[in-house]
Design a protein. Structure first.
Length: 631
């Protein structure tokens, strides 16, 4: 048996031989000419010349052996429904949806924007898009109209797919009015909107000619077969936007063949999931985990994937464990925040169900604190595997790989670099590799492995300047995370090096939130920082300067303005970015060159020392922050 160490070493020493072997896991319509083309670093092409298709690998390929096996199970505790589709039924839905898209003029390379709640039609739509060689851009259903408009203008979709309404905690959250507003704001609106009408918003209005009803169209294409469009391995499959240090989100672009191979391999090496078994990821299709491990990974593997719409505590905190028991889930994927929510509930709910089918619980998206890891490990009695990755990488970068070797895990550590990733921790200043236990920036020596992003949509220059220019001595991919490695080779991730914060496992740019706060006409200036939170990991907190000091002269006035600012952020970005507090001050702490001292503000919020303040323009500004926090 190979040890994990040897397995990883081989993947880095001879990536071409390693990935040539892994590439056999998927169907190639035409074999690739070579494994890797690295003629234009840091850009690289995996499996150039090869023709394949994500939808074919996720659906059609299984029809011979698994036509009557469940492919997708949808459980909604929002509308109290539970439905499943076999691979044959999934193929039928996907073909119909592909025909709908074609009838609306969508072809190879065209973009389709999907803005949907957690409904099965979202999965059909994603698979249908890649089936015909088009490119999807799924936007999380919690984003507001202005965010949606920015994504429309960047990706210029031909068609948008949405629903009348999402639902949270039993309360409808209409989506269609946000779509209407985003189309009004966008410079390049799509010609058509396909609406999956759930009947949750009886007041929904339609724009004649533009808005079309999914059920009507789907009925029209009943039984139709749409041939797969074979794509060259490096042609794009999707765009997924993520936040960075600027106000403008980046469209992470993914290829086709490399992504398919990387996911297929990870299902065995990392997730230990066998074809035919049930795989349950509690994420949302709007995030990268949803793309890779609700939709593509499990389906490419021939698993039964479970899609859940609802809250983990509704109807009671046993719901996820009931699902594990009902479907004999073997691999489950969730987030530390979700587990912290469950930790506050009566543990009897977990014990009520037979969860013995579970081999592992994988947690990712944010730092997994030791008490949470210990609690769930003991309560559930299965090993917890901490995965570290990013929207950019598409699949884990640091993780134990129990499918290769069941290495011992240390709480608080996502273990080792995953095969395919040549990882280095570099000193921020010197660029030299750090010694064990010395903090540095977590980097990857290019070429990035299959599955990781290929570029920023429409902006190759931004891809290179954002990710590869952190160090003078070497072109390396920076994750913008601090990390240390201990003497045993275990890695620990210590948080971001930039102004990006992580709220309940979701990345948000502080600059983006500041821009949203400033959309309120009464705000002159603002600083937003991420502050440690026992439940969500971090929450955004804002310190704002009102244009008219009179508007914050009394506690009541300040409270009213704070509410208005929060509502503005909801409208501009979405409630997930809403600051937990908006404090008012008359001056913000800045350097003499005008740079916001976000780190010092954050330190004060967390009760820490504000650090080196030799460059501060006005020391009284920090006193105001202190006073605001006390008040
Ligand atoms: P996103 O692209 O939204 O998935 O966010 C990726 C970021 O989340 C990373 O750069 C890290 O800052 C953080 N992150 C993800 N997984 C982990 C983990 N297992 N431990 C610590 N931080 C994590």
């Amino acid at each position: 048996m190979t040890t994990y160490k040897e397995f990883h070493a081989r993947s880095v020493r001879d990536p071409e031989a390693f990935w040539a072997e892994e590439a056999k896991r998927i169907h190639w319509h035409k074999p690739f000419d070579k494994v890797l083309d690295y003629a234009k670093p840091p850009f690289r092409s995996w499996f150039p010349g090869g023709l394949t298709n994500l939808c074919y690998n996720a659906v059609d390929r299984h029809l011979e052996a698994r036509a009557s096996q469940k492919a997708l199970v949808w459980i909604s505790t929002e509308v109290n429904e539970e439905k499943s589709w076999t691979y044959a039924q999934l193929a039928d839905e996907v073909n119909r949806f592909a025909a709908i898209l074609q009838s609306l003029g969508v072809g190879k390379g065209d973009r389709v924007l999907i803005y949907m709640p957690m409904v099965p039609e979202a999965v059909f739509a994603m698979l249908a898009t890649v089936r015909i060689g088009a490119v999807h851009s799924v936007v999380f259903g919690g984003f507001a109209a202005a965010s949606l408009a920015a994504r429309i203008d960047d990706a210029t979709p031909k068609v948008m797919i949405t629903s009348d309404s999402g639902s949270r905690g039993g309360k409808g959250i209409p989506l269609k009015p946000l779509v209407d507003e985003s189309i009004r704001l966008a410079k390049t609106p799509p010609a058509h909107v396909v609406i999956v009408n759930r009947g949750l918003d009886p007041g929904m209005t339609r724009v004649p000619g533009r808005d079309l009803d999914y059920a009507e169209l789907s009925a029209k294409f009943s039984g139709v077969q749409v041939p797969v469009t074979w794509l060259e391995s490096n042609e794009p499959s999707y765009i997924l936007y993520t936040s960075g240090t600027t106000g403008k989100p980046k469209g992470v672009q993914r290829d086709t063949g490399g992504y398919c191979v990387a996911l297929a391999a990870s299902m065995e090496h990392i997730y230990c999931s066998k074809p035919g078994e049930a795989y349950f990821s509690t994420s949302d299709i709007g995030w990268v985990v949803g793309h890779s491990y609700i939709v593509y990974g499990p389906l490419i593997n021939g698993s039964t994937t479970i899609m859940f719409e609802g809250l983990p505590i509704r109807p009671d905190p046993g719901i996820w464990w009931k699902i594990v028991a009902d479907y004999k889930v073997t691999s489950m994927f969730s987030s530390p925040t979700a587990i912290r929510v469950l930790k506050k509930q009566d543990p009897a709910f977990m014990k009520k169900y037979d969860t013995s089918s579970l081999r592992y619980l994988f947690l990712a998206g944010e730092p997994l604190d030791e008490p949470t890891a210990r609690w769930v490990d003991e309560a559930l009695g299965v090993p917890i595997v901490d995965n570290y990755w990013q929207t950019e990488t598409g699949w884990p970068l640091l993780s134990a790989c129990p499918g290769v070797e069941d290495t011992p895990r240390k709480f608080g550590s996502p273990s080792f670099p995953v095969y395919g990733y040549n990882v280095k921790i570099k000193d921020e200043v010197t660029g030299h590799e750090t010694a064990p236990d010395q903090k540095g920036v977590l980097c990857v020596i290019p070429p990035l492995p299959p599955g990781a992003m290929t570029t920023v949509w429409g902006d190759d220059e931004r891809y290179v300047s954002t990710y590869y220019k952190s160090f003078k001595d070497e072109v390396v991919y920076s994750t913008f995370d601090w990390a240390v490695r201990d003497a045993d080779g275990y890695y620990y991730v210590l948080g971001r090096t930039d102004d990006v914060i992580n709220v309940a496992g979701h990345r948000l740019g502080t600059r983006e939130i500041e821009e949203a706060v400033q959309a309120h006409a009464g705000i002159a200036e603002v600083a937003v920082v991420g502050v440690a939170d026992a439940l969500k990991g971090q929450v955004p907190v804002a310190f704002a300067v009102a244009k008219d000091a009179g508007k914050t002269a009394t506690k009541e006035l300040a409270a009213a303005l704070e509410k208005e600012v929060m509502a503005t952020v909801d409208k501009e970005l979405g409630a997930i970015a809403r600051p937990s507090r908006v404090h008012f001050v008359s001056v913000l702490p800045k350097t003499r060159s005008g740079k916001l001292l976000r780190r010092s503000i954050q330190a004060l919020c967390e009760g820490r020392d504000p650090g080196d303040l030799t460059t501060i323009e006005d020391p009284a500004a920090l006193e105001q922050i202190r006073a605001a926090l006390k008040g």
